[in-house]
Design a protein around this ligand. Structure first.
Ligand SMILES: NC(=O)c1ccc[n+]([C@@H]2O[C@H](COP(=O)([O-])OP(=O)(O)OC[C@H]3O[C@@H](n4cnc5c(N)ncnc54)[C@H](OP(=O)(O)O)[C@@H]3O)[C@@H](O)[C@H]2O)c1
Length: 348
């Protein structure tokens, strides 16, 4: 512990004496030298243990009380350069939640000697790179099937075109969806996390790329048959798709406006003047509701089983995430609107 004490002010006046000024007149009594309060600067000690083995990895002496977890991660990196800050998860409990980068040491429930547990999150990759890779894949893969490049449907179909209007419309919708997502990733979303584990990209790409290839194979197949109720079914499906795309985009814009550029602020989202955002009255994650709606529209339009399965898997995944986000909102905001459900109004 280091205590720094300020010195009291010194009276440096000279001449007749302490009661007179240089002109010989009594001078007003000097203000009483006020003793400045002692300023105690208390430092913390931080020991970092491996969360699995409890082995001591690092001991940081004299850490400022106002130090953030991000700063502690930087100090830790100096002794272990292989674990750059984005790879590190620091926790108060070996099996507990990761502390946030902006958490301040002196506000944590620790003494002046804090023990933090470290977990290696593995190699990291930026979110933007992940999303661009995930979304560019389906866009490109679908078009390979649409243009019937060689080695997919047999030689005689190479670069032929489907005679069904719905096949062309489906290609436009599919491409539009992923171009929109790419543009939103680049210009709309304000992510709070810089990186995610590299291994996730393999999992996510398998999901998106695999489903895109499976769907595209059937929809663009030379033997594909258009939907049962013809143009009426396609028009209805297109309307659902377009409305949901607009809704999804509107929600993304509303979420963006909640967070000033460069910040990680999280607020309760509320409906705005845009009617598509009114779904916020009933659900916590309307962007997922609209996303599922888009895929249902696409499934009705193409009447294709792999599309229906993709919608179902996407719905299951987004429901899990929506429930998690809904729980976090309830925990974080006491005044969270009670009527809201995670993803489906009044139901789920
Ligand atoms: N087809 C599928 O299987 C599938 C699956 C998932 C997503 N998607 C699509 O991808 C889109 C984006 O997905 P996502 O999971 O990233 O959506 P999300 O969690 O709702 O986030 C969208 C953006 O808004 C920010 N945000 C969310 N809530 C916020 C709040 N309360 N205050 C301030 N900012 C907030 C997020 O920042 P953070 O970085 O802090 O989260 C992120 O930048 C979805 O809307 C959907 O269209 C599709």
């Amino acid at each position: 512990m280091d205590l720094s004490v300020s010195l009291a002010a010194r009276d440096s006046s000279q001449g007749l004496g302490p009661g007179f000024g240089l002109n010989g007149l009594p001078r007003p009594a000097p203000p009483k030298a006020t003793k400045k309060p002692k300023k105690a600067v208390l430092f913390f000690e931080v020991e970092i243990l491996d969360a699995k083995t409890r082995e001591k990895l690092c001991f940081l002496d004299k850490v400022e009380p106002q130090a953030t977890i991000a700063e502690i991660k930087n100090l830790f990196t100096k002794t272990h350069p292989q674990w750059y800050p984005a790879r590190q998860s620091l926790r108060l409990d070996p099996k507990g939640k990761s502390l946030k980068d902006e958490d301040v040491l002196q506000k944590l429930p620790v003494g002046t000697t804090a023990t933090l547990y470290f977990r290696d999150l593995g190699a990291q990759i930026s979110w933007v790179t992940v999303f661009l890779t995930e979304y560019a894949g389906p866009l490109f893969i679908y078009l390979l099937f649409y243009f019937r490049v060689p080695f997919i449907y047999g030689h005689k179909y190479d670069f032929t075109s489907s005679r069904h209007t719905v096949v062309h419309l489906a290609c436009i919708c599919h491409s539009f969806h992923y171009i929109k997502r790419l543009l939103e990733t680049l210009f709309v979303h304000r992510f709070s996390h810089g990186t995610m584990p590299l291994r996730n990209i393999f999992k996510n790409c398998t999901y998106y790329w695999g489903f895109a290839a499976w769907m595209a194979y059937y929809i663009n197949h030379p033997l594909y048959t258009p939907p049962t109720y013809g143009a009426q079914q396609v028009k209805l499906a297109l309307a659902i798709f377009v409305i949901c795309q607009l809704g999804n985009f509107s929600i993304h814009m509303a979420l963006r406006d909640l967070r000033p550029a460069g910040s990680k602020t999280r607020k309760i989202p509320y409906p705005t003047k845009n009617p598509f955002t009114w779904l916020f009255l009933l659900v916590s994650c309307p962007n997922y509701t609209y996303e599922v709606g888009s895929w249902i529209g696409f499934a009705i339009m193409t009447q294709c089983l792999p599309v229906a399965l993709f919608s179902l898997v996407g719905f299951t995944q987004m429901t899990i995430w929506a429930k998690g986000k809904h729980r976090s909102y309830l925990k974080e905001f006491r005044d969270y609107p009670p009527l809201r459900m995670p993803i489906i109004p009044f139901l789920l």
